[in-house]
Structures are given as C-alpha cells and as structure tokens.
Design a protein around this ligand. Structure first.
Ligand code: NDP
Ligand code: X2W
Length: 344
C-alpha cells in the first residue's frame, strides 16, 4: 500500500511517519510539503537519517491520485479548502485537523474563526471516533479524525451517558495538555520561558473542541446539554489528561459504572480500564495508542470523577488516524500500533 502525508514536517506528520514505519501493509510513504519542496526530510530531521533521506514533494492532484491513503496534518483552515482541489474517488483522505468535524459549518466559522470547508465535503466526512462510529468508518472515504481533547473526553464519558448512568446536565471537564498539542510553530504561549515552570489555563469557555464534544455527545447518546470545558497547558511535551465531573443517577453503584465500560470496550484493544486507584498518569500511555480510564464515585457528593489519559500525538492524532485507516482497509486493528508505553 502507498500512503502520503501532507504536513509531514509537522508534529502530527512526524508521528505518522514513526508509526507507519512499523505498519506491515505500508510499502511506501510519500512526504508532502507546502513550503520546503526538494529538501531532504532527514536533513530537516536528523533523527530520520538513513531512514527517510527522500526529498519532500510538492502537493499535486496527480501525486495524490497515485496513493491509497493520504493523511492531512495541516493547521485548521487548510484541508477544508485543499481536499476539494486534490480530491479523487479512489484515495482515502484522513484529516487530522478540525476542518471536517463540525457538521454545522456556521459553527465551524464561529469557533475557529476561519472559512469553513464546502458543506458537501463536510457531509461526506465521517467522524472517526474509533469504537463509537465503526460501521460508518468502515465505509468512509473521508475521515474527520477527532481532536485530541475530545478523544480523551468522549471515550471516557460516553459509555456512562449512553447507558443512562449519569446525568447529561452540568458536565464539567477539566483538561490538560502537553505543549506538542499546539504544533511545531513557535508562539508566545509555547515559548520555553513561559511554559517550562508554569501551568496556564487558556481559551476559557472559547475552546474550539467544545462544539465538537457536544456534537458527539448528541450523535452517540441522542441528547446533549451545554458542557463546561477548560483547557490548560502544562510543562510537558506529550500527553493529555482529562478529568470530568458528572452527577450519577440515584442508586447507581461504582460497580455498575465499571461494568458499563467493560460492556462497551470488551473488544477494544486500546482502551484500558484501570481500577479505582489513587494515581493515573500521562506517562503510562506515552508513545502509544492507549486510552487509560479510571473512575471514582464520591459518596459524600454523589459526584463521579472520570479520568482519562492519552498521548495527544498518538490516540489524539496520528495513532487514531492509522486505526481509522486499518478499519477502512480491513487490516488488523493494531497494525502499526503495537508500541509499549515509554513510561520514563
Ligand atoms: N499536535 C497535536 O497534538 C494534535 C494536532 N491536531 C491537529 O492536526 C493538525 C496538525 O497538527 P500539528 O502536526 O501539531 O501541526 P504543525 O503546526 O506541527 O504542522 C502543520 C504542518 O502543516 C503544513 N502546512 C502549513 N500550511 C500548509 C498549507 N497551506 N498547505 C499544506 N500544508 C501546510 C506545514 O508543513 P509544510 O510547511 O512543510 O507544508 C506544517 O509542518 C492541526 O490541524 C492540529 O490542530 C489534532 C490533534 C492533536
Ligand atoms: C496545547 C494546545 O494548544 N492544543 C491545541 C489543540 C489543537 C488542536 O488539536 O486543534 P484541532 O483539533 O481543532 O485541530 C489547542 O488547544 O488549540
């Protein structure tokens, strides 16, 4: 199989290269750039010396037509305009950005502040939340790969909402991310001096993943109420931890809650339900496609704490994108995704 990566020089692109390198069905990876055509990939990234000495290529419709699958790891506002220009019906398009996720394109323009993709393309795109949308994913030609924060949040709260064990009302999600979540373009917010010894809350009540999480809650549970969702930048490179607070329905026990996860994720190789321990860390999934989840029901408040950890670049981006590819192409679900966590 021949695959291509548009935005290969970005963090999501680099992670795709790393993971696809061990995929048994991938024979060739073409690396595309919009700004550095002809430059050797390993000259730009010396850790890839002898592995990817090939030159970066210009993005053309003709080159894309030669590929079975193309991944787009481009900043928001790009793929929604680019895919129509390079589209053909034989290639599978998997978009890591937020451009194709929101079905209401006005919503996209309001939250992202950018021109939306054509409505027809958005309609054709399938939201690639693995484990929740698999029937549609298997038939898809265009995938809107979920956002990093929504992946951790949704995987951890959807089973309980879907089974009616917790209330839709008054959900609060507190999320924290490593700095690689904001990509490889330096900014004031990601400057070493301003991140390395600080934890920063940002985009308060304005984060673009709020409508994505709400849309998915409605899609997979049939109803939704507005959520409170807060994002923080913490001084680490990789990892996301989401802590969600939910009110349980009366009489529901912790055992019933655990059983809900076991039911929903019985056959999912990437979801690990961790017993209610006192510790859960982003380290335990680093470099892998795992999403580890734990819960704790506080009898004093009847409030449930649901915690999920993922690697933002793997389950939150490149790993889930490859999982989507595996589902579409009929490969083993774990192909290319069998890494052991890099704990320390
Ligand atoms: N980082 C993360 O943890 C996650 C990121 N995402 C989303 O995935 C996407 C990629 O993220 P990330 O890899 O971090 O981003 P980066 O900023 O690290 O990389 C984006 C890449 O896109 C390429 N690019 C820029 N402009 C264009 C253009 N006009 N046409 C084609 N390519 C272009 C650039 O490469 P070049 O100049 O060589 O073309 C650049 O290296 C983003 O939309 C992001 O929001 C989603 C989940 C998690
Ligand atoms: C740490 C950090 O800055 N994270 C980014 C995640 C961006 C992202 O993945 O955006 P889309 O999913 O919308 O493409 C943010 O909070 O905006």
């Amino acid at each position: 199989m021949k695959v291509g990566i548009i935005g290969a020089t970005g963090y999501g692109g680099l992670e795709l290269v790393r993971l696809l390198s061990s995929h048994p069905a991938v024979q060739e990876i073409q690396l595309f750039t919009s700004s550095e055509e002809g430059i050797s990939f390993s000259a730009k990234y010396p850790h890839l010396t002898t592995l990817y000495d090939q030159p970066l290529e210009a993005i053309t419709k003709e080159a894309i037509a030669q590929l079975d699958v193309v991944f787009l790891g481009t900043p928001s506002g790009i793929s929604g305009q680019l895919i129509p220009e390079i589209y053909n019906e034989q290639t599978v398009f998997i978009d890591l950005s937020g451009d194709l996720r929101l079905k209401n394109i006005e919503n996209y323009e309001n939250w992202y502040g950018k021109k939306a993709a054509p409505q027809g393309l958005v309609n054709r795109s399938v939201y690639g939340l693995c484990g929740w949308n698999d029937a549609a994913i298997k038939e898809a030609q265009v995938i809107a790969n979920p956002g990093c924060y929504p992946t951790a949040t949704l995987l951890s709260i959807l089973p309980l909402l879907q089974k009616g064990l917790v209330k839709h009302h008054n959900i609060i999600i507190d999320a924290k991310s490593g700095v690689s979540g904001s990509g490889n373009k330096p900014s004031q917010m990601t400057h070493f001096t301003e991140t390395t010894e600080a934890t920063t809350i940002y985009k308060i009540n304005q984060h673009q993943h709020i409508p994505e999480i709400e849309q998915a809650i409605e899609l997979f549970t049939g109803k939704v109420e507005p959520i409170t969702f807060s994002t923080h930048l913490v001084p680490m490179i990789r990892g996301i931890i989401t802590t969600s607070y939910l009110q349980v329905e009366s009489g529901v026990t912790e055992e019933q809650l655990y059983r809900a996860y076991e039911d929903v994720y019985a056959d999912d190789p990437f979801i690990r339900i961790v017993p209610s321990v006192q510790k859960l860390s982003t380290n335990q999934v680093r470099g892998t496609n795992y999403c580890d989840i734990t819960i704790n029901l506080d009898a004093r408040t009847n409030r449930l704490t649901v915690v999920a950890v993922i690697d933002n670049l793997v389950k939150g981006a490149a790993g889930q994108a490859i999982q989507n590819m595996n589902k579409i192409m009929g490969y083993e679900e774990q192909a290319g995704l069998k890494q052991v966590p890099l704990f320390i």
